[in-house]
Ligand binder design. Structure first.
Ligand code: ISE
Length: 331
């Protein structure tokens, strides 16, 4: 096939990043169609890469000049749009969440299974980050024995007041859900959320930071500090504790400068900087597989499991109780 023709639906911060990635950093693809509820924004982003604008996202999915789709639209639009991609037989890279609730996410898993092909990839880009990949390899190799625990830190410098603890569970902690499943290779079976004293900039009645605890099928424990108003920078770290050693990723030690009687480095300001390379590597993998009519990255089941764990997490935040996760049957 010549260049893969891609429709990008939703061109806010993430979608615009993907358009730029497809146009300038990824090989074998070009953006032919851009769709966004904001017509001016769509025109601006499309013009920059010589794409056309399609107002109706479902028409963009089915268009003749489209081979594959990238969805960076609001989560509430994903279900319909992913199902349309399945209907049209288009490989799709869908940003999280796959859908807004467990039944609809499981319905997507089943709809994909009915096509007999792998067509849905979910945008869990950390799996394409070299540090996460190395940690997964370490776990698989057994070099430091069985993995026992993970300690995860997930900090954003600032978020709007609409970013509640419930939202943080679905939007931020969801990445730790996927990393836990990816690194340990098993499902999360229960979630507990603790709410320590809140930071002064957290809106009244909102829990920030939060401590979230995952239990896994084999009895491992994973703790996650979610703190989205640190006022510092974007910090994502994971420590693996195993039988014969520990390993840490996310130490931001790229360049250590010594000057004027001090030493130190810098921390990425946001996730697009910290995971920029991972997003591009994820897109290249998507394009390469989509050119063969399929996907190879984290799939519909991973998206469904994340939705199910986050739903339990939201219930845990609201009720203060430990909530079990019961996954449906995998087709
Ligand atoms: C954002 O939506 C992301 O997906 C980032 O990866 C995450 O770190 C951030 O907390 C979210 O708000």
């Amino acid at each position: 096939m010549s260049e893969l023709r891609v429709a990008v639906i939703g061109v806010g911060k993430m979608g615009a990043f993907h358009v730029d990635s497809l146009a300038h950093r990824v090989r074998g693809a070009r953006v032919t169609v851009v769709s966004d509820a904001d017509a001016d924004r769509a025109s601006e982003v499309a013009a920059a890469v010589g794409a056309r604008v399609e107002t109706d996202p479902l028409a963009a999915v089915a268009a003749d000049d489209v081979d594959a789709v990238v969805l960076a639209s609001p989560g509430s639009a994903h279900e319909k749009q992913v199902l349309a991609c399945l209907e049209a037989g288009r490989p799709v890279l869908c940003e999280k969440p796959l859908t807004m609730d467990e039944p609809s996410a499981l319905a997507v898993v089943r709809a994909e299974a009915a096509t007999g092909r792998r067509l849905v990839q979910v945008g869990f880009m950390r799996r394409f980050d070299p540090e996460y990949a190395a940690l997964r390899e370490l776990v698989v190799s057994g070099e430091i024995g069985e993995a026992l625990m993970l300690h995860c830190v997930h900090r954003n410098p600032a978020v709007p007041d609409t970013f509640t603890s419930v939202f943080a569970m679905a939007d931020s902690v969801v990445h730790e859900v996927d990393c836990t499943r990816f690194l340990l290779g098993e499902e999360i079976t229960a979630v507990t959320a603790l709410k320590p004293r809140a930071t002064g900039s957290s809106p009244e009645g909102n829990a920030d930071p939060m401590l979230v605890l995952f239990e896994t099928g084999s009895g491992r424990l994973v703790d996650v500090e979610s703190f989205v108003r640190t006022g510092v920078a974007y910090e994502v770290r994971t420590e693996l504790v195993a039988e014969r050693g520990q390993a840490t990723i996310g130490l931001d030690q790229n360049l250590v400068l010594r000057s004027a009687g001090r030493w130190g480095g810098s921390i990425a300001p946001d996730f697009v900087v910290r995971f920029g390379q991972a997003y591009d590597t994820q897109m290249q993998a998507f394009v390469d597989a989509a050119a063969q009519g399929t996907v190879t990255g984290p799939g519909a089941w991973d998206g469904y499991a994340a939705v199910a764990v986050c739903a339990a997490g939201v219930e845990a935040v609201i009720t203060g109780r430990r909530v079990e996760v019961r996954l449906g049957e995998r087709p």
